[in-house]
Write a protein that binds this ligand. Structure first.
Ligand code: SAM
Length: 270
């Protein structure tokens, strides 16, 4: 798997991880990219990345333990600091400039993962990514306050990406990340500024209207019965407030049906 076996120094990676690395990082092989790994003390993974990406890649390691400096003699750039310290990252960014890929395999607490993400997204080039490893810690004790876990943060992030949609309040939308990809134990934030800053608007090709939405509620019996009733009791439309009542009833029937049908897919919440 990858170049791990060629690495002369210790690296502990889980068996499922290589498939993910392959999927995410193959596109960068042989390319002149800057790759940053956070958490490198054992050194093994640095050699693995060099083997995998090729000698032209600029490989930077970050670790809190000053002993990691020893890897500089092997041609890696090493920065010593605490990944949950904003000031450390500000300094790092001044010195390093822009990068293509960041892999966070540091301490894995929610604080470390979230602050690292918030501090580093803006230095990643388009078509680059930030990958956070060991995200299963979000479900474990000992990594921080669970309501502010990394994966809870990711769920909020997904909300903010969808907030870009034209009919929503775009002031709270996120434009930094184009897409978010999840695997077991990994989350990848993909950067593509052109795509994430496109103006979201309805486009109309002027084609013929085929009332494509007409079937949306066609399997909702309660709504159908309401339609029949409304047609029969046509005179009701003169009663004040009836439109409001009709809308309320429709929305109630839509919610009731989806709740009944989908409950089983949300069983731990119901
Ligand atoms: C899981 S190990 C990294 C393993 C390495 N990537 C490999 O595969 O061989 C975690 C590393 O994160 C470092 N670390 C822990 N907390 C950190 C922090 N707050 N800031 C920076 N590095 C940290 C540790 O010193 C350790 O070297």
């Amino acid at each position: 798997s990858l170049g791990l076996s060629q690495s002369p120094y210790k690296s502990i990676k889980h068996s499922t991880y290589f498939e993910v690395y392959d999927d995410l990082f193959s596109r960068y092989r042989g390319k002149q990219i800057t790759f940053v790994e956070i958490g490198v003390l054992g050194g093994g993974s640095l050699f693995m990345w060099r083997e995998f990406l090729g000698p032209q890649a600029r490989i930077i390691g970050v670790d809190m333990n000053p002993n990691a400096k020893k890897w500089e003699s092997e041609g890696f750039e090493i920065y010593i600091g605490n990944q949950s310290d904003e000031l450390f990252w500000q300094d790092f960014k001044k010195q390093v400039g822009r990068v293509d890929v960041i892999l966070d395999d540091g301490g894995h607490t929610f604080e470390q993962q979230i602050i690292t993400t918030e501090m580093l997204l803006d230095i990643i080039n388009d078509h680059g990514m930030l990958v956070v490893e060991d995200t299963h810690t979000s479900y474990m004790d000992g990594f921080g306050y669970r309501r502010f876990s990394f994966l809870e943060y990711v769920k909020r992030f997904i909300d903010k990406i969808n907030q870009r949609y034209s009919e929503f309040d775009n002031t709270v939308a996120d434009q930094r990340v184009w897409s978010i990809q999840t695997y077991e134990s990994f989350v990848a934030f993909h950067i593509n500024r052109n795509a994430s800053n496109l103006i979201s608007e309805r486009t109309d090709n002027g084609g013929e209207y085929d009332s494509a939405e007409g079937y949306r509620y066609s399997d909702n019996q309660a709504l159908k019965s309401l339609d029949v009733l409304v047609r029969k009791l046509n005179f009701l439309k003169y009663i004040p407030g009836i439109k409001w009542l009709d809308a309320k009833a429709r929305s109630y029937f839509i919610v009731r049906k989806s709740k009944r049908r989908l409950k089983k897919y949300f069983s731990s919440d119901s």
